[in-house]
Design a protein around this ligand. Structure first.
Ligand code: FAD
Ligand code: SF4
Length: 516
């Protein structure tokens, strides 16, 4: 029978399994629906990126001879719910079956699976654009109580053959992280990303998004995300030729002025499907073999994609849907309201949030050690923080956002994903960035009037969670320091933390059953 092949906004890969040998009479459908644009208030750049990339992808399929139905947001007959709209199209084209690749979030996966035996029947096909399948990951994870990325990563290196010389890791080591993690020098030239001129399609989408989603947090000005494979490849070339060599050493650095530093900005193209993880890793390895980039940079970069990206996806599919309800540190606060405006005198947070507003981007250390760390120290509830990360970044899809936020940042899974919480005081931010020089707070002070808020919150967090964390051998040193402090000092830190928390306006915390 005639199938409707539904392509989702993060499945824009020309060699998708469903597009390899489809029946001659298949109809391919792509749908812009308000429901997907609104279930969290996505950044306008993220919506524009996805709609424009979908429109370009549909044009490419038509040129390849496919019959394509493209539902536009402003079509009058659009049902605005992804599944209902696909079923409407199936009826319109007399298709008895809808074929779709496993979607990137549980919410859609669960709804589609429930309609497997419906009319039209939904048929889910495995996504083969990853190095590791959910079943392969489950086999590796077995019954382990805690998972360690590094072990999984070595398996992936062996299985993929990436950076391997026979059975041995290329360069003689699996991991070169000790050569990385340098702060930025005072003067450094950072090549600007390629500029993608918006064509008619992108301009039309930008106007559409402004009309419908202009009230969401985030600016559309300066939109510069790749919306075609050609543009994505140009970003990849730029990264390999101009940035990769310095990626390793400045991977953890934060700049008060430069949003992208030596990061690739490739998560967007990887996650929409415009680039495959294999080709990105191959290009990086080639640069090392041709002596255009050092091993610490190339290994560090490949580890992010072959290791972390695959690992968090494995955890997501293994542990959902229960994972989303985890809250082991019993955090109960809503989000600080300035996460939606950047209006705070804490310079590091102000810069991370305004860069996010302007670019729908912040690099990993800003997400983890600035906005993430602060929310962890304040006790922000996982669902409030997860909704924020899912909304504000152009690369955000739940399979990758949730484990990073709930697991890595908030330690809400009890250490299943990461061995210790990434909590830190202002000292870390001062070491890795130049923010503190521009800040009204004093990073060296914990309890004085101008004390950096991170400091008292940090010690307060450690005290509050001593029961859960003190047994962790990676936290021993820091609990040792806490225990050596006088009672008086500890009391002063607690009082200061209370004052800091009282001065922040937290949004009301909410329950999110409706999102599951
Ligand atoms: P680079 O620094 O150039 O890294 C190269 C690539 O490695 C990235 O493009 C990405 O594909 C991959 N990568 C690196 N770190 C991770 C990681 N921890 N998990 C998965 N992949 C990784 N990444 C997303 O793609 N989508 C998200 O929604 C997302 N949410 C995050 C939320 C939080 C709280 C944190 C701490 C991290 C999150 N990340 C997410 C991971 C990471 O921050 C981004 O992948 C990265 O910042 C994207 O920028 P880049 O392409 O310049 O990365
Ligand atoms: Fe951030 Fe504290 Fe440094 Fe200010 S002093 S930039 S709040 S770490």
């Amino acid at each position: 029978s005639r199938p409707l092949i539904l392509i989702l906004s993060d499945q824009l890969s020309t060699d998708l399994p469903l597009l390899r040998n489809p029946p001659d009479d298949a109809v391919v459908a792509l749908c812009e629906v308000a429901g997907e644009g609104r279930y969290v208030p996505h950044h306008p750049q993220k919506i524009a990126l996805l709609f424009s990339a979908m429109r370009h992808f549909a044009d490419g399929l038509r040129q390849r001879g496919f019959e394509v139905h493209y539902s536009r947001l402003e079509d009058e007959d659009n049902y605005h719910d992804l599944l209902d709209e696909a079923e409407r199209l199936a009826r319109l084209y007399h298709c008895s079956e809808i074929r779709v690749i496993r979607p990137g979030d549980w919410r859609l996966y669960e709804r589609m699976t429930r309609r497997r035996r419906g009319r039209p029947a939904w048929q889910l096909v495995e996504d083969d654009r990853f190095f590791c399948s959910p079943d392969g990951f489950a086999d590796w994870a077995g019954n382990r109580r805690q998972l360690r990325m590094e072990h999984f990563y070595r398996l992936m290196r062996r299985e993929s053959g990436l950076l391997m010389d026979g059975d041995e890791p290329a360069g003689g080591q699996w991991n070169f992280d000790h050569d990385n993690r340098e702060p930025l020098p005072d003067r450094l030239d950072i090549p600007a990303p390629p500029r993608h001129q918006p064509d008619d399609t992108t301009r039309e989408v930008l106007e559409l998004v402004e009309r419908h989603f202009g009230d969401h947090f985030g600016s559309l000005e300066g939109f510069n995300w790749p919306v075609t494979r050609r543009q994505a490849l140009s970003d990849l070339r730029h990264f390999i030729n101009h940035l990769l060599a310095d990626f390793g050493c400045y991977q953890d650095a934060i700049s008060d002025q430069e949003p992208f530093l030596f990061h690739s900005r490739l998560s967007v193209s990887l996650n929409t499907g415009l680039l495959s993880p294999r080709e990105v890793c191959d290009a990086a390895e080639r640069a090392w073999r041709e002596e255009r980039a050092p091993i610490n940079a190339v290994e560090g970069f490949i580890r992010q994609i072959l290791g972390w990206r695959e690992f968090v996806r494995g955890v997501y599919w293994l542990r959902m849907p229960a994972y989303k309800r985890e809250n082991r540190l019993q955090a109960e606060r809503g989000l600080p309201d300035f996460y939606w405006s950047g209006e705070t005198e804490m310079r590091c947070l102000n810069r991370a949030i305004t860069m996010t507003r302007d670019h729908a981007y912040a690099h990993h250390i800003q997400r983890l050690m600035v906005t993430g760390n602060f929310a962890l120290l304040c006790g922000v509830k996982p669902e409030a923080l997860c909704d924020w990360y899912l909304a504000v970044y152009a690369d955000a899809h739940e399979w990758v956002e949730l484990p990073n936020t709930l697991g890595m940042v908030l330690h809400a899974d009890g250490g299943y994903l990461g061995s210790k919480p990434y909590c830190a005081s202002g000292k870390y931010i001062n070491r890795m960035s130049d923010h503190c020089r521009h800040c009204r707070y004093d990073v060296k002070s914990t309890t004085g009037d101008n004390a950096c808020p991170f400091n008292s919150l940090y010690w307060d967090f450690l005290e509050r969670h001593e029961r859960e964390l003190a047994g962790n051998h990676r936290m021993k040193l820091i609990y040792g320091s806490l225990h050596r402090m006088s009672d008086e000092r500890r009391r002063a830190q607690r009082d200061k933390a209370r004052q800091v928390l009282e001065a922040i306006r937290f949004e009301p915390a909410y329950g999110r059953e409706d999102h599951l």
